[in-house]
Design a protein around this ligand. Sequence first.
Ligand SMILES: C[S@@+](CC[C@H](N)C(=O)[O-])C[C@H]1O[C@@H](n2cnc3c(N)ncnc32)[C@H](O)[C@@H]1O
Length: 356
Amino acid sequence: MNCAEWITYILACRTRKRSQRAFGLNSDTRMRYADGQARNHDYGRMNQHIPILEREVIEALRADDPAVKRLIDGTVGGGGHTLALLRAGIEEALGIDLDRSAIVQATDRLSEYVDRARLVHGSYMAMAEAANALGWEAVDAILLDLGTSSLQMDDPERGFSFRFDAPLDMRFDEHGGGATAHDLVNGLSAAKLADLFYRYGEERSAGRIAGAIVEQRPIHTTRQLAELVARVKPKPARRSTKRHPATKVFQALRIAVNRELESVENALPIAVNLLRPGGRLAVITFHSLEDRIVKQAFRKLSTTVTAPPGMASIEEMVAQVQRVNRKPIVPSLEEVRANPRSRSAKLRVVEKLERA
Ligand SMILES: C[S@@+](CC[C@H](N)C(=O)[O-])C[C@H]1O[C@@H](n2cnc3c(N)ncnc32)[C@H](O)[C@@H]1O
């Protein structure tokens, strides 16, 4: 093994160990995994992110059409969608992720396609640069599967989930600098925290929670924060849902830490620009804030506005795409049953126009 291969191997072992700790697996289970026998299958599934709306994504991106050769998966995660798309007929894939552990997992999962899949650590906002570095001027298909992966949610050390006690981090790029959830929780004013919880979490008790945080800081861990939210949220609101009372606060912090909404808003025109005429962009969202951004951006990108004579003040626009589906594609009941994490997924797809 050369030096780079050793580093990838060591990172892969670290990531696998972390996942094993997350699931409380013992050395016996690990040994069985290492054996590669059929009985390790359950662990294999748990250790991987299950790609959501997989069949629908393959169809939407027409992966089995011989004319569809090049794919960018801007959120490669554990590599599940990329793997399915390569198996369905995509010739070459460029996978991008902000999370180094995801790149390690995807490298492992896509090992059978080592010649056809390139993986890059970075933001999907830089997909044009990453594509150009491969000599790709345009691509046939782009996928953005937004939000967090199971690898991140089930990692007890990343601070994404209130199921584990961990430092409040929540950065997708954990070594990339930038503010952590800890910085926001302990640094923002009560007004700013309340605004953040309301805007990104649609949390109705935002003001009350923010006030309690400011009173009781410093708050260092996910458990401290989750327990505080559970204590201060009004009881009726708590009883009206089966979700943990801190779900929206955690979502809001994660979105703010990773600037998720700004990133997707900026990335959509970049992605459309990179498509060849007839190429398709598919985006999977997991909450209404993201879906609204995608829906509005797709509507704008598919609209032509011509100013009538004498109305030069009207901004003219030429449609660049057509919407493949007006209503979002959602998972089937079977998929939701098999993978409850898919329940809020929505898939929207556009196709670049020939003359754009
Ligand atoms: C839902 S997961 C993708 C799972 C993947 N489709 C699979 O089948 O394994 C979303 C991924 O997007 C990554 N991500 C989030 N924001 C990103 C950004 N701005 N640029 C690149 N990757 C990003 C996250 O780190 C995470 O791994």
